[in-house]
Design a protein around this ligand. Structure first.
Ligand code: PEP
Ligand code: MG
Length: 906
């Protein structure tokens, strides 16, 4: 509760007639919607809501606010007057339900307590009034059961066992076969159980029942289940829950009664129609318990035409009023329809897009509103092939869902086999403990990648996401033995090379055998293989197309791709990229070219070094020509070499063993010996903080100059071919402006040479990544020497938090997430308060120093929906992300623009 609010003045109880749907903070979702329906004149059983403020007071102090009791009394009296009976009145009892209702729906947080007001005395009154003895005693036993479990903390199993025994004693299967006498006996037994387990009698005073139930709902906010759910769903812990007290209506009063759930349209497809289930002569909980089979809602028309027609009418009213799909719970008591709940209904990702455009077509909402009804996360879901949900599966492990999708293939444990097998037409899953740049070709060849170590920003995860390839990483339960080409799952299941496995990159689940996959029509559309304008166009594709077209009209942020080769660049373009924000050049030094890099590292003389660089130059140039051609007319930011050089050398242990074995045979290879020396020389305890990025450029003469020359010559060549190359040269890992100045001066010299020799003005721009805290803190100085900044939020997160990006997610993030230290990994969603604050300040300082400074982000956060909103808000010019996340970024950039204050689109 806010400190400056006077608790005396606070109103803690609202009648359903007093609230409305916009008061969810105060009345919870259920209470706000009950009030809204009441105000719409719909048949809602009368009642009132105790606010979340009252709950907050209770949670803070352990006591209900003093004013609450009187306020509840006043509302209860008013309710009793309206209903013409008192709570628990012996000859004709008013009964109420007590239900929790937080702002966000939290299923499983706390059970409802129904039938409050029944007691040894009033059960007789209910017999009289209902004319149904069995019904009255069944209601009483339900009350004691629910109250005992949820309010008094009695183990629910004890009641269930007693119920089972009663049925067994009578030789019947279902509850409904127990008669009034059986239920009377059960009530007695339940009361005994309460006495024994809770150390008190089941309360006979109806008001005491109600007050205790309310308190239990308050306390349930901090129950373990609720806390866990909130952490998972990222619901703040300080919202508290409201409590709804609603007069009871009964669906179990005979064949003219019943209960059901309904949707105003199909939550799976969005189609309008009659969707829902109905259960005759039952209460809501019977539907959930699956005691008897429900019938389709359409059958209600035959059973009770009046109620059915009224329900259809109400559904239409609700949809037009909420302008969205609503879900509904209703009860029919002796032919009279009552609405127990409604809310804007959950839906599948596909239905979200369809419904949004359907509602636009119906004139219920405009496009701006439709844009807020779909999310990037939903779009991402639609873009990955999925395992068939109906399929039978054998799950053997679960890792981190690193790159979504569904992949099936034969298990292989090294890149060489992955390539060999895939060339002969086999689908393979590359399984490694972790991957390194050496595995790149194997990763390309594989359908999916599975690792037992590493988190969401491990090499495997980042590269797989970049390629749009399914990846599960950090599946620590799996023991991967690459030497013996097998892995062992918990429980001893052994997967040998060649065995089929299926991995789900959206859930992290790993299955043995082949799980069938269904392709994504949305990707087919983005790829240009399916057209939204075609006569037989898929409705989902048309809806996505329309939303994307609108998004592109309203967004301010531009969206670029992280792409290293022409193929990725072309895909990125098809997916709507407006340039390349990060071309990592390290991948251009692998494969056969690695030998040249080795020569460069081993060079003893300037001449040897230059020879190695001369061999690399034309290869690099060719790469850039292809890339500039693929992105003709759009900016391409090429980053000079970043990773530590030892990544291009053989593994230190393997090489040591090789040399030692050779020496023992007196057969040492001169080159291996030199390599080993170099490996030792370059070995670093903390390579991420070592000789990499701009530091390489400063200590390895000629390396950056060669790359700059390759870029400049490639640009010149494209110009000569009448192309429109727009290269930007980016220097990584700069910590101080002096580093940048030295590299920039050298680069400018090289560019000038090429321009002179080819007689062109290449208009290349030079900028830097901001990925170290010092760079962010001195952004004003750095901007003097940079034409653009691109925030490298992967390294920036690593260095701001001191978290090794390759290790922490798999090693202890689970514990951090469980403890609620953060709700999501800062490597996934930008940490606004820490890393984000540095970005924000660097933007300000950079622009102050150089008003036309171009600003972007190319860390993984560039494709994360929540982070995209942040980057929009701090005023970046663009985000850059892997090709497959481009549509998500386009959509979220538009959603962010539409939310901004002053937007024209609201
Ligand atoms: C970054 O650090 O955010 C970045 C994009 O560079 P890399 O991931 O290649 O270190
Ligand atoms: Mg980086």
């Amino acid at each position: 509760m806010s400190e400056n609010r006077d608790p005396q003045a606070t109103k803690f109880v609202y009648d359903f007639t007093e609230g409305n749907k916009d008061l969810k903070d105060l009345l919870g979702g259920k209470g706000a919607n009950l009030a809204e329906m009441t105000n719409l004149g719909l048949p809602v059983p009368p009642g009132f809501t105790i606010t979340t403020d009252a709950c907050k007071v209770y949670l803070d102090s352990g006591e209900e606010p003093t004013a609450l009791r009187d306020e509840v009394s006043a509302h209860l009296t008013a309710l009793e007057e309206r209903m013409g009976k008192r709570l628990g009145q012996p000859d004709d009892p008013l009964l109420v339900s007590v239900r929790s209702g937080a702002k966000f729906s939290m299923p499983g947080m706390m059970d409802t307590v129904l039938n409050i007001g029944l007691s040894d005395a009033s059960v007789a009154g209910l017999v009289q009034q209902s004319g149904d003895e069995r019904f009255a005693w069944d209601s009483y036993r339900r009350l004691i059961q629910m109250f005992g479990k949820t309010v008094l903390g009695v183990d629910g199993e004890l009641f269930e066992e007693a119920l089972e025994e009663a049925k067994a004693a009578k030789g019947v299967q279902v509850d409904t076969d127990l008669d009034a006498a059986d239920l009377k006996k059960l009530v007695k037994r339940f009361k005994k159980t309460v006495r024994a387990e809770a150390g008190r009698e089941f309360p006979q005073d109806p008001r005491e029942q109600m007050d205790l139930a309310v308190k239990a709902v308050f306390a349930s906010w901090n129950g373990d289940r609720a806390k866990l759910y909130r952490r998972q769903e990222r619901i703040p812990h300080d919202l508290g829950t409201a409590v709804n007290i609603c007069s009871m209506v009964f669906g179990n009063l005979g064949p003219d009664s019943g209960t059901g759930v309904a949707f105003t349209r199909d939550p799976a497809s969005g189609q309008q129609g009659v969707y829902g289930d109905y259960l005759q002569n039952a209460q809501g909980e019977d539907v959930v318990a699956g005691i008897r089979n429900t019938v389709p809602l359409a059958d209600l028309e035959q059973l009770d035409k009046n109620s059915y027609d009224q329900l259809m009418q109400i559904m239409e009213t609700l949809e037009n009023h909420y302008k969205d799909l609503c879900d509904i719970e209703f009860t029919i008591e002796r032919g009279r329809l009552w609405m127990l709940q409604t809310r804007v209904g959950k839906r599948t990702a596909g239905a979200a897009f369809r419904i949004a455009t359907q509602l636009v077509d119906q004139g219920l909402i405009d496009e701006a509103e439709a844009l807020q009804r779909v999310t990037g996360a939903q779009l991402a879901q639609l873009m990955f092939p999925k395992f068939d949900e109906e399929a039978k599966t054998e799950r053997i492990a679960r890792g981190i869902a690193a790159s979504p999708g569904a992949a099936v293939g034969k298990a292989v444990f090294d890149s060489y086999t992955a390539i060999k097998w895939s060339r002969s037409g086999e689908k393979v899953i590359l399984i490694r403990r972790e991957t390194n740049p050496d595995d790149l070709d194997g990763m390309i060849a594989a359908e999916g990648i599975l690792t037992s170590r590493g988190g969401k920003t491990s090499h495997a995860a980042v590269v797989a996401r970049g390629m749009g390839k399914t990846c599960v990483c950090g599946a620590e339960e799996l023991e991967v033995d690459t030497k013996r080409r097998r892995m062992t799952a918990p429980g001893g299941t052994v997967v040998e090379e060649g065995d089929l496995v299926s991995i789900d990159g959206s859930t992290g689940k790993v299955y043995l055998g082949e799980v069938p996959v269904v392709p994504s029509p949305v990707v087919e559309y983005f790829e240009g293989r399916m057209h939204a304008g075609a006569d037989d166009a898929d409705e989902l594709v048309v809806a996505v197309h329309r939303m994307m077209a609108y998004a592109d009209r309203v967004r301010r942020l531009r969206v670029r791709a992280n792409a290293d080769n022409a193929e990725d660049a072309l895909r990125a373009r098809r997916f709507g990229a407006q340039g390349i924000g990060l071309c990592r050049t390290e991948h251009m030094f692998l494969g056969e070219r690695r030998l040249h890099v080795e020569r460069l590292i081993l060079a003893d003389t300037d001449q040897e070094r230059e020879e190695a660089l001369t061999l690399l130059l034309p290869l690099q140039k060719r790469d850039f020509v292809e890339l500039f051609e693929a992105m003709d007319g759009l900016p391409v930011t090429v980053r000079l070499l970043d990773p530590p050089l030892h990544e291009f050398l053989p593994d230190i242990t393997e090489l040591s063993v090789r040399v030692a074995l050779a020496e023992s045979r007196q057969d040492a290879n001169e080159n291996d010996l030199r390599l080993l020396q170099a490996v030792h020389r370059l070995h670093e305890q903390n390579p991420m903080l070592g000789l990499r990025g701009v530091r390489l450029g400063l200590v390895i003469p000629g390396l950056f100059a060669m790359q700059v020359r390759a870029i400049a010559e490639a640009a010149a060549e494209r110009r000569e071919a009448n192309g429109d190359p727009r290269a930007e040269i980016m220097i990584p890992l700069v910590g101080t402006v002096q580093e940048l100045e030295i590299v920039r001066d050298e680069a400018e010299q090289v560019i000038a040479e090429v321009e002179r020799a080819r007689n062109v003005d290449l208009k290349l721009s030079l900028g830097t990544m901001i990925e170290l805290p010092r760079a962010a803190l001195t952004a004003g100085q750095i901007a003097e020497a940079a034409e653009f900044f691109s925030f490298g939020t992967n390294d920036l997160t690593q260095t701001v938090w001191g978290f090794s990006r390759d290790d922490v997610e798999a090693s202890f993030f689970t514990a951090y997430l469980e403890k609620g230290i953060f709700g999501v990994s800062p490597f996934e969603t930008i940490d606004k308060d820490g890393v984000g604050a540095l970005v924000r300040d660097a933007v300000r300082a950079g622009r102050a120093a150089r008003p036309d400074l171009k600003l972007g982000v190319c860390g993984e956060h560039g494709g994360d929906p929540e982070s995209v909103h942040f980057f929009h808000e701090v005023g970046l010019d663009y985000v850059s992300c892997s090709p497959f996340r481009i549509p998500v970024a386009r959509l979220e950039a538009a959603r962010a623009a539409d939310e901004s204050p002053g937007s024209d689109h609201r």
